[in-house]
Design a protein around this ligand. Structure first.
Ligand code: GLU
Length: 291
């Protein structure tokens, strides 16, 4: 038979899912971290995807190597294995510097010399526990060139005007990004060459993360991350913000509310894999239902 072979039907190529767990080694992990890690792990494992581990240790004053070691032991105890090399953000500083340069070239960054006390005094009161919205004091400074200790902030109004309307997918919903609500956030700190917002955005793209699974406490940050993706020409992953675990009395499980650390449970002989299964089923160990 002669002629051109009929094209073979396009094979169904499943989307390869890449998720990550990205703890900051500034303390021990608690049940809330375990829940987040399990959800990210299981989302990848369900379809043969990849589950990555990234240590967010750019905060040199608060990060501790012993917390990294404990985190690795906690994950193993929960039965969660990660793929590939562990990424440490402290090794990625040149990548953050390059992203900052890109934004600086777009005239979207300015130096800020304010101290925390200056900002607290000049800001409208912030909701309890939230960072005050920066009042823009240094944006109006005519002398921007002093090398006095400074951080770098994004000129959010200019950045939003440049990027135009943006949205992202969260579970099955389309969310309209509202980065203006965060104000002129810090992208490089006085004491660290990047901030959480910048490092997380750059690294999720660099690691090929397709699905970000993290707690609702970081939902507001996603508005900023979506904007940075647009400005830096990076892809936008899908987001799956999840509920936060609460104790039966409704308080959020966190170190400061007295939640047990995973290390304490592990050292007390609790079975980590069984605990992980309890969390999957929405049960808190010996505390009734997770709500
Ligand atoms: N490092 C952040 C934390 O421990 C989480 C980062 C993220 O999931 O985007 O709260």
């Amino acid at each position: 038979m002669t002629g051109v072979a009929a094209p073979s039907p396009t094979p169904h190529i499943p989307r390869v899912i890449v998720t990550r767990f990205a703890p900051s080694p500034t303390g021990r992990l608690h049940l809330g971290h375990a829940y987040s890690a399990i959800l990210a792990h299981d989302r990848a494992r369900q379809i043969n995807g990849r589950f990555l581990l990234r240590i967010e240790d750019i905060d040199g004053t608060r990060s501790r190597p012993e917390h990294v070691a404990t985190t690795l032991a906690d994950l193993a105890w929960l039965g969660l294995a990660w793929d590939g090399e562990i990424v440490h953000q402290s090794h990625r500083l040149p990548a953050y510097a390059a992203a900052l340069d890109q934004l600086r070239d777009l005239n979207l960054l300015y130096r800020c010399y304010c101290t925390r006390a200056d900002i607290a005094a000049a800001s409208l009161s912030a909701p309890h526990g939230a960072e005050p919205i920066y009042p823009g004091t240094c944006l109006r400074l005519t002398d921007q060139n002093s090398d006095r200790p400074h951080c770098w902030r994004i000129d959010m109004a200019a950045a939003v005007a440049r990027a135009g309307p943006l949205n992202w997918r969260d579970h099955a919903t389309t969310i309209t990004a509202d980065p203006l609500a965060a104000g002129d956030v810090v992208l490089a700190r006085k004491d660290a060459p990047a901030s959480y917002h910048l490092a997380v955005t750059v690294d999720d793209a660099w690691q090929g993360v397709t699905d970000v699974v993290r707690g609702n406490d970081l939902f507001a940050a996603t508005h900023v991350h979506r904007l940075l993706q647009a400005l830096l020409g990076l892809p936008t992953p899908k987001y799956h913000h999840h509920r936060l675990l609460t104790a039966p009395d409704g308080t959020r499980l966190a170190k400061r509310t007295g939640a047990p650390t995973l290390a304490a449970l592990r050292e007390a002989g609790v079975d980590g894999r069984a605990l992980a299964d309890d969390l999957r089923a929405g049960r808190l160990p010996n505390r009734g239902e997770a709500s």
